[in-house]
Design a protein around this ligand. Structure first.
Ligand code: AMP
Ligand code: ZN
Ligand code: FE
Ligand code: FE
Length: 312
């Protein structure tokens, strides 16, 4: 974007210092850019403001809030980012589906008021609600102590409901100790209780995100443990459809996956990002454990026309 923005991550100590002590204290001349986090606007365990605060504490200097299928947390995160003096990239992790396979698409800096995108996200969220009720009914019928009310109680008003909220209800009830256990026992894709929800095909989602001025990046393409491997042919198809990047550096990727995806991104002219996919206490992922280069963020900002990075 503008020259002013590049000042924020050019990384020379003098420029960093000029941003003011509050921020420079946390990154000692370095930048840490984490472009994938979740709050209570979806299935993270901390409010948007707390996610931003934790990012500061972790030494992250630019953070993206990318809740599943919603922009609900954007305003609170923006206020917190201004207050704490870090940059905020407003994003969404858009659920997509292709032949029963779940694909996650990070959308950076789209217009949050774009009617078509708003409608599509609402449709996915509605379907997530029905689907959660069906999963809970199947589980309850099998004697697992969970009710729709107990699960609803775990979801903030207006937030995107997901399987982690079923897990949270079981944790609250003392049935299990951590979300992980619920996924291993009942919530995984191979489980008899698993029910899919509506989600757009990724080609359609990429079109919607681009039309809303956003920058689409496939999240954790080789997150194989969750049956979500996005193969090379699909990545190529998505690149032709307007995909801008791949999330290469992610906890779910082995070193081999990182090598493969780095080469694939390079060969297709896609940006390569890295991020934590932080979910608060809901997952082990720690803020800043994977990061994106300043040059790649600058490229993302250059492509975006839907909204801008919130500056401190
Ligand atoms: P859903 O959006 O309902 O399909 O649920 C998927 C979400 O569950 C993703 O955002 C994951 O981060 C989360 N998830 C998947 N596996 C686990 C796990 N083993 N422990 C905690 N969270 C998980
Ligand atoms: Zn999640
Ligand atoms: Fe994801
Ligand atoms: Fe995520």
């Amino acid at each position: 974007m503008s020259r002013r923005h590049t000042l924020h991550y050019a990384g020379t100590p003098a420029k960093v210092a000029s941003r003011g002590q509050r921020v420079s204290r946390h990154y000692a001349g370095r930048v840490a850019i984490d472009l994938h986090t979740h709050s209570t606007a979806s299935d993270g365990t901390e409010s948007p403001a707390v996610v931003v605060q934790r990012a500061v504490e972790a030494g992250v200097t630019t953070v993206a809030l990318t809740d599943h299928d919603t922009t609900l947390g954007w305003d609170e995160a923006a206020d917190a980012a201004r207050e704490h003096g870090i940059r905020l990239v407003r994003g969404i992790e858009v659920s997509c589906s292709r032949r029963g396979k779940s694909i996650h698409l990070l959308a950076y800096l789209p217009d949050p008021d774009d009617a078509e995108l708003v409608d599509e996200l609402a449709r996915a969220r509605d379907s997530r609600d029905t689907r959660l009720d069906r999963m809970v009914a199947l589980m309850a019928a099998d004697g697992i102590p969970v009710t729709v009310e107990s699960v609803r109680a775990e979801v903030e008003d207006g937030a995107t409901a997901g399987r982690p909220h079923i897990a949270d209800a079981l944790v609250t009830a003392g049935v299990i100790e951590h979300r992980d256990e619920a996924f291993a026992r009942w919530l995984g894709i191979g489980s008899p209780y698993y029910v899919a929800h509506y989600a757009p095909d990724p080609v359609r989602a990429i079109g919607l995100v681009r039309a809303a001025g956003g920058v689409p990046v496939v999240a954790h393409p080789w997150s194989g443990t969750r049956g979500r491997v996005v193969g090379d042919a699909l990545v190529e198809e998505l690149a032709d459809a307007g995909l801008a990047g791949l999330e290469v550096h992610h906890r779910d990727h082995t070193p081999d996956a990182v090598r493969h995806l780095t080469a694939l991104a390079r060969s297709l002219g896609l940006l390569a990002t890295g991020s934590s996919d932080y979910h608060g206490e809901g997952k082990l992922n720690r803020l800043g454990e994977n990061t994106t280069s300043a040059a790649v963020l600058e490229a993302i900002e250059g492509l975006a026309t839907g909204s801008v990075v919130v500056e401190p």
